[in-house]
Design a protein around this ligand. Structure first.
Ligand code: HPA
Ligand code: ZN
Length: 338
């Protein structure tokens, strides 16, 4: 079996995916037309040519503009359904997706419209495609904590649909400490917590995410490697890192895929996972992310199994389902590797 087939067939879990970042240009134009909104790009090719980023902020500006055409519950449903169909073709059996409510409520879209559209698609994905899911609500860190508190308030009546809260958007200058109180409140309401940290921001932000936000996973975490003491702590905790290789490349977090830190993380015993982040903008879903690191870092099939195992173990699903997936992965390994 070729390595490409091996990656394709291996059962996988995705733990770091922004649903707004799965908005493919074709669907974006279709929904924009349906809503009578004119995108500032002549056509799909012109839009795709704009996907040339020098840093996180340049990407975020385009990502928020794209999300601006989502108006109705059906729009959010279609967006989510398209993502689920895509990952179904890639043998992703479980996904934990972020959505950014403030991106939509700030432009007058009701919180309920957003969550109902996304959630109904996820339920259909479970029923029709067999994909299990966890939904994570992410606060925009470039906005203030008051806005985050308001968002937390709106989610309380949807508590049954959401497992965790996260923190994303412009990292540098917006440290985790800015959101300590709202994360305290979220944990008191029973939510787990995660946070983007150490993508562009320093290792100090990873410490803050651990110590102040009490996260169960670090999203990205690349820059943790700059601090040996932090690495030791992350290894001792077996703290999962949701690493996003193509994202790192496209946002120039790494210069060259051959120097991507993923292999080093595995060698150090860190609990790293592979994820797609914003696949429509960064040129690939799960299989493409696995493929690029495998080729660039010369990963072995054992490494790939380890990465997939890490993801199932780091997922927020109940233990029975977790064991079921881990045993499927074990069977896959025995048939194809041992
Ligand atoms: N980093 C921070 N915020 C984001 C990202 C990311 O990679 N994708 C979508 N929002
Ligand atoms: Zn992200």
């Amino acid at each position: 079996m070729t390595i490409r087939e091996f990656i394709h067939r291996m059962p996988k879990a995705e733990l770091h995916l922004h649903i707004e970042g799965s908005f493919e240009p074709e669907l974006m134009f279709k929904i924009a037309n349906r809503n009578g909104i004119k995108l500032p790009y002549r056509d799909i090719d012109t839009l795709k040519r704009a996907y040339n980023f020098n840093n996180l902020q340049e990407f975020l500006d385009i990502y928020y503009a794209g999300a601006g055409v989502l108006i109705t519950e059906q729009d959010f449903y279609d967006l989510t359904w398209a993502y689920l169909q895509k990952i179904h073709q890639q043998n992703v059996v479980h996904t934990e997706i972020f959505f950014d409510p403030q991106t939509h409520t700030e432009r007058g879209i009701a919180f309920d419209t957003v969550i109902n559209g996304i959630y109904n698609a996820l339920l259909d994905g479970q029923k029709k495609l067999g994909i299990s899911f966890v939904l994570i609500m992410s606060f925009l860190r470039h906005l203030d904590e008051t806005s985050a508190f308001k968002t937390l308030q709106s989610v309380l009546k949807h508590k049954d649909k959401i497992k965790a809260v996260g923190l994303d958007s412009s990292e540098v200058g917006n440290p985790p400490s800015k959101f300590k109180k709202v994360f305290d409140a979220a944990r008191q309401e029973g939510f787990l917590t995660v946070a983007h940290a150490g993508e562009e921001g320093p290792a100090a932000y990873v410490y803050e995410a651990l110590d102040l936000l009490k996260v169960s996973r670090i999203d990205h975490g690349n820059r943790s490697l700059e601090d040996a003491e932090l690495v030791d702590r992350l290894v001792a905790l077996q703290m999962p890192l949701t690493v996003c290789p193509l994202s790192n490349y496209k946002l120039k977090v790494v210069e060259d895929m051959r120097t991507h830190p993923l292999k080093k993380m595995l060698q150090l015993g860190m609990k790293a996972t592979v994820n797609s982040d914003d696949p429509a903008y960064f040129g690939g879903y799960m299989n493409e992310n696995f493929m690029i690191v495998t080729e660039s870092l010369d990963l072995s099939k054992e490494d790939l199994i380890q990465l997939s195992k890490n993801a199932f173990e780091a997922s927020f699903i109940n233990n029975d389902l977790k064991q079921k997936y881990l045993s499927q992965l074990d069977t896959f390994q025995k048939r194809n590797l041992l």
